[in-house]
Write a protein that binds this ligand. Structure first.
Ligand code: NAD
Length: 381
C-alpha cells in the first residue's frame, strides 16, 4: 500500500497532514510513503526529515495523486487534484462535507472513499482522533494572543511606582473547546474574564478556570443538541443572549466569540450596537468567521476598524501556529489510520461506528446519513 502526502495548496495553509514522527510506525508495517517536496516547509519540516523517516520525496504531485491508495490531507484537494486521484483511493481530512459538499463531487464520482475529520463521532474511543478539538484549542489560544497584540493596553494588573495599571477585561462567547482555551489563555495573561454560553453545563468549566459565567434566563428551553453540542435556538432566545452581549460589550476591552451549532451557519449574536458600545481601541475576534461569523458586521477573512474597534475575522488561525497545529493533527490522523491500516494493508470495516460516522462516501456511495441527504440536494442542482 502506498500512502501519499501532498503539499497543501489552499492559500495561507502552513500545516501538513502527517509529520515524520508519525510515519515511523506506518513504514515499520510495510507501508510505502511518498511525500511531495516542500510538504513540511510551512511548519519547518524539511524533505530530509521525511527521507530520514523512510519516506520517498518527489516534486511530481500528479504521480502521488495517481499512485496513492491512502491520502491524509489537511484540506480537501482542489477539484483538479480530485480528478487525478487513484480510483478507490482513501482520502482523510477536513473535507467540509456539511458546508461544501459540492466541492467533493469530483472525488466522490471518481470513485473514492472519503473520511471527514469533522464527522468523527465525539465518543470516548475516538477522542484521540478529535482533530476539531485539537484545532479549536490552537485557535482559542491564538485568538487571545492576536487580540492582546492589537489591544493598546496590557492584560495583567500591574502595581507600579507610577500607579496601578488595571487588568484588561475579556469577554468570551461560546465556552466550548476554543472558548475554554481562550479563557485559560486570557487568565494566564492576567485578564479579568467573563463568559457566556447557552449550555448551562459550560458554567462549571468556566468558573473552574477562574472566570465569571454570565447566566441568561432563556425560559427553561432546551439548549443541548446532543453530543455536548448546543441546539439551534429560537429568535426570542437568541435575542436574550444578544441583549446580554450588548450590555457586557460596553465594559469589555476584548471579545473572543466562538459560538457554533454543528451543521448550521454560525448564530448571529453580536449586534452593531454591541460593537459600537465597546470602548475605543478594543478588539473583537470572531472565531466563527468560517461559518459566517457571530457578529453581524463580520466580513470573513477581513480585518475592519469600526468606530475605533478592531474586528478580526480569521479564517484559519491554526495555520498561524503551524508546528503545534500540525503536531496535534498528525497524531489525530495517525490514530484514525490505526482503524484502517492493518499490517501495512488497507482494511476498511464499515461496521466500525467511528468509520461509518466519519465516512462521507465509500467507493463513491454516501455513508453518513446527513451527507447522504445533503448529496441528494447537491446532485439535483
Ligand atoms: P462548537 O464549536 O460547536 O460550539 C462552541 C460553543 O458555542 C459551544 O460551547 C456551544 O454551546 C456554544 N454556542 C452555540 N450557540 C450559542 C449561542 N447562541 N450563544 C452562546 N453560545 C452558543 O462546540 P465545541 O467547542 O466543539 O464542543 C462543545 C462541547 O462538546 C464541549 O464543551 C465538550 O463538552 C463537548 N465535547 C465532547 C467531546 C467528546 O469526545 N465527548 C469532544 C469535544 C467536545
Amino acid at each position: 500500500m502506498l500512502l501519499g502526502i501532498l503539499k497543501e495548496s489552499a492559500p495561507g495553509e502552513t500545516r501538513v497532514a502527517l509529520l515524520p514522527g508519525s510515519l515511523k510506525s506506518l513504514i515499520a508495517q510495510g507501508t510505502s510513503v511518498l511525500i511531495e517536496a516542500g510538504a513540511g516547509e510551512g511548519c519547518g519540516v524539511s524533505d530530509r526529515a521525511y527521507m530520514d523517516a523512510g519516506a520517498t520525496v518527489t516534486a511530481d504531485r500528479a504521480s502521488i495523486l495517481a499512485q496513492a491508495d491512502l491520502l491524509p490531507v489537511v484540506n480537501a484537494p482542489a477539484a483538479e487534484d480530485q480528478g487525478r486521484l487513484k480510483p478507490n483511493a482513501v482520502v482523510i481530512g477536513f473535507l467540509r462535507p456539511l458546508d461544501a459538499l459540492a466541492a467533493l463531487l469530483p472525488a466522490i464520482e471518481r470513485p473514492t472513499t472519503l473520511f471527514s475529520m469533522e464527522l468523527v463521532p465525539r465518543i470516548t474511543r475516538a477522542q484521540s482522533m478529535d482533530a476539531l478539538s485539537s484545532m479549536a484549542t490552537v485557535a482559542g489560544y491564538k485568538a487571545v494572543l492576536s487580540a492582546a497584540d492589537r489591544l493598546p493596553r496590557m492584560f495583567p494588573m500591574l502595581m507600579t511606582a507610577a500607579g496601578t495599571v488595571p487588568p484588561a477585561k475579556v469577554f468570551v462567547i461560546g465556552a466550548g473547546v476554543a472558548g475554554l482555551q481562550a479563557i485559560a489563555t486570557a487568565r494566564r495573561l492576567g485578564a479579568v474574564v467573563e463568559a457566556y454560553d447557552v449550555r448551562a453545563a459550560a458554567g462549571e468549566q468556566v468558573r473552574s478556570l477562574g472566570a465569571k459565567f454570565l447566566d441568561v434566563d432563556l425560559g427553561g428551553i432546551n439548549t443541548e443538541g446532543g453530543g455536548g453540542y448546543a441546539a439551534e435556538l429560537t429568535e426570542e432566545a437568541l435575542d436574550r443572549g444578544r441583549d446580554l452581549i450588548t450590555k457586557t460589550a460596553a465594559h469589555s476591552d476584548v471579545i473572543i466569540t466562538t459560538a457554533q451549532v454543528p451543521g448550521r451557519p454560525a448564530p448571529r449574536l453580536i449586534r452593531r450596537a454591541a460593537v459600537e458600545a465597546m470602548p475605543p481601541g478594543s478588539v473583537l475576534v470572531d472565531l466563527a468567521a468560517p461559518g459566517g461569523g457571530n457578529c453581524e458586521l463580520t466580513r470573513p477573512g477581513e480585518t475592519q476598524q469600526i468606530n475605533g474597534v478592531t474586528l478580526l475575522a480569521p479564517m484559519n488561525l491554526p495555520a498561524e501556529v503551524p508546528v503545534d497545529a500540525s503536531n496535534l493533527y498528525s497524531r489525530n490522523v495517525l490514530n484514525f489510520l490505526g482503524l484502517i491500516v492493518k499490517k501495512g494493508e488497507l482494511v476498511v470495516d464499515m461496521t466500525d461506528e467511528v468509520l461509518a460516522g466519519a465516512c462521507v462516501a465509500h467507493q463513491g456511495k454516501p455513508v453518513n446519513p446527513r451527507v447522504a441527504k445533503l448529496l441528494e440536494t447537491v446532485s439535483a442542482t
